[in-house]
Design a protein around this ligand. Structure first.
Ligand code: PLP
Length: 294
């Protein structure tokens, strides 16, 4: 079944049926992963944490060197809103991509950028305080042998179309029951999941790898850190070894789609869904309910 059937996407300023939405085969996003993107969550027709997502997209395009081709924030928001409205969604995910577009020449980027700007969407009911989370079950995690690249080789804070590192880590999950791969950096410290940030609870503290380690500074990660601080939960960011994780009392993952997702297994070690994970999941839901119409 084609999950795009009947949906409407937004390509370079025009709403188009999803089945017909396409970009040029010479587009550098397709050829080289030369593009930035954000996965957004829409609750009650409004994008969650829009400013944080736009900031990160801007930083991604700065890293790639074509931030000046990024349209103003309001223009981008209009494109997302038009796409959400065209599909008559209240609660959904949306993905906003900006590539360096088509350029003459080969690998070296040229100075003239005509970006390709795409918005895709898909329905995603909110779990919320009363409903069910989008994930079916808590996550099962494996620590991958695929490592995070050196930050000097590949900037980890840029959310580009190049997800090969995460794809290779996820491929290691074949023939296992795990649904997320956690990657270590070159020094053997824990960083993040293939598409998620990692938290654990130990010594009565909420801990997550510091942004100085190679990881994507997740929007959900930062909301969860804020929620914890507002509750006076001791928070620590640092450099952690796999053993710190395996000895933890609770483990959970965060991203825009999963929000707060408990982890019940890391490699051979089982975890309960613990009280702090539940608390932060509930506080996250309450924030959404308070700020975004149901
Ligand atoms: C590598 C990586 N880390 C972390 C995250 C979580 O980021 P956010 O909470 O902004 O969705 C993602 C999201 O897809 C990701 O791809």
């Amino acid at each position: 079944v084609d999950e795009q059937m009947g949906l409407t996407y937004h390509v370079d300023g025009a709403l188009v049926p999803a089945e017909e939405a396409s970009v040029d085969v010479r587009d550098r996003g397709f050829m080289y992963g030369d593009a930035g993107f954000e996965t957004l969550r829409v609750y009650g027709g409004t994008v969650f944490a829009w400013a944080a997502h736009v900031d990160r997209l801007e930083r991604t395009l700065s890293t790639l060197g074509f931030a000046e081709a990024m349209p103003p924030c309001d223009d981008l928001r209009d494109r997302v809103r038009a796409t959400v409205d065209a599909n008559a969604f209240d609660d959904c995910w949306a993905k906003l991509s900006i590539s360096r577009g088509v350029q003459p020449g080969k690998l070296t980027p040229g100075p003239r950028v005509d970006p390709t700007i795409v918005v895709t969407v898909g329905e995603l009911p909110r779990g919320g305080v009363a409903g069910e989370a989008v994930w079916d079950d808590p996550a099962t995690v494996r620590i991958a042998t695929t490592r995070k690249p050196d930050p000097a080789a590949f900037p980890p804070a840029a959310k580009t179309h190049n997800y090969l590192n995460g794809i290779l880590a996820r491929r290691e999950l074949r023939d296992t029951d795990a649904d997320e791969a956690v990657l270590l950096d070159a020094d053997g410290y824990v960083t993040e999941g293939a598409t998620s940030n990692l938290f654990f609870v130990a010594d009565g503290r909420l801990k997550t790898p510091a942004s100085g380690r190679p990881l994507l500074p997740g929007v959900t990660r930062s909301v969860v850190l804020d929620l914890a601080r507002e509750e006076d939960v001791p928070v620590e960011t640092g450099s952690y070894r796999p053993n710190d994780l395996l000895r933890a009392d609770e483990v959970f993952l965060t991203n825009t789609s999963w929000e707060v997702r408990p982890v019940t297994r890391v490699d051979g070690t089982a975890f309960e869904v613990g009280p702090l994970t539940r608390l932060l999941g509930r506080l996250f839901d309450e924030r959404v309910e308070a700020e975004y119409d149901a």
